[in-house]
Design a protein around this ligand. Sequence first.
Ligand SMILES: *Cc1c(COP(=O)(O)O)cnc(C)c1O
Length: 491
Amino acid sequence: MDETPETLDPAEWDAHRAVAHRMVDDAVDYIRDVRSRPVWQDMPTDVRARFRDGVPRDGQPLDAVYRQIATDLLPYPMGNIHPRFWMWYMGASNFTGALGDFLAAILGSNLGGGDHAAAEIDKQVVDWMKEMVGYPAAASGTLVSGGSMANLIGLTVARNTMSGIDLRELGVSALPAPMRFYGSDQVHSCHRIAVEAMGLGNRALRCVPTDAASRMDILALRKLIAEDRKAGLLPACVIATAGTVNTGAIDELEAIADLCAAEGLWMHVDGCIGALLAIAPKGCALVHGIARADSIALDPHKWLHAPFEVGCALVRDADAHLGTFTATPEYLANAPRGIASGAWLHDFGLQTSRGFRALKVWMALKEHGLAKFGRLVDQDLAHARYLSEQIEAIPELTLCFPTVINIVCFRYDPGGLSEATLKQLNTEIMVQMQEAGIAAVSDTTVQGRHCLRAAINNHRTTPSDLDLLIQEVVRRGRTLVPEAVEARGWD
Ligand SMILES: *Cc1c(COP(=O)(O)O)cnc(C)c1O
């Protein structure tokens, strides 16, 4: 060989160090000054066009690559780290967590398993999650990409355990009767995908009606289970939602746990929104009974504000969890000592290679402590109450659903407008606020009424941000209504 072999390492470490330092400096400013920037802004066409360039054949200095990041990427975020972002249900990220992701990548370890420190941290974070929701230390769990995957893990363990057959070996075609899972009409769409992916088909997910408070109607649930048993079907699992996407409603966990115990059913809690209420001094009462579940899905990238992605599946029966996913091929056999002597963390889910997503959670919890995260959950609840009170005090605004946790459903309604016009009007207000970079709320339809929806899951929000939201909605509504009625011909 007459040439030196190539490597991805920099030829000039000091030049890379300088660019890296600049990235960190810029990152600090970026987060510190987030409030002074628009929540969101549309990308100019030239920026969009550059993202359609083909694969670069030849390289360029890191410095130049970073220059493009600074001009084309950083000014155009989704917006969820901004104090006035309240769309859908997202976390607001945090700087320490971002450093965690960076260091995880520096380490470069694969969390599929093995005996190394990162694997210990992965297991420790799972143990912390168990502690947070009140699960016993003997329970099992795994960190996954998010809540959708965490729910799939829980439901798959439920399916295999409740099937009554060796489902791994025989498959769903060997089931003695079609299985049935029960979730309310407010259940997250990921459960539908989960039953489809599990080969059970959509009919396996029974839709239980909700009461006036958007909670699963327990009497209706009981009736459905009885009907299904009578029809020879196999009732298997009740999916209780602790915090629905639409309104934040929390199903009656104790009552569902009692029913599951009496009926011999698996209880799964979709706690992607609400499970972490358990760490809040005031909010914890809302999820009393959550630890009675057989499995829980939760989402540290929501109320722990971890950078995307990290979700967590917890399963009370550790053997059932391991028994659902473990498979050790010859190339992953355990060694008595050395790197391959640790537990195989891939045995608890669908992935083989796994990222070190535990570190960002671990570092932020170490730095801030659980008590502070609990207070932040309560702070979001207080902010949602504050916003709701302001809305109720203004005649042109309607609170469309009594606020339960940190999700506020409301709309601009000056009176005398049709439902269709109100929808157009409020959609226009929502989009205008986004385009102006002022505030981001989403919209939904609750009990037949279209409304704006603010999910205040944001450690940067202050009451004055909520005041501004109200001002902007009212101001834009007042401008739009005469315009709408006259110029646009609404109504
Ligand atoms: C967010 C959410 C999910 C899905 O979680 P991801 O992290 O987005 O995959 C599932 N259920 C509920 C109730 C949620 O709020």
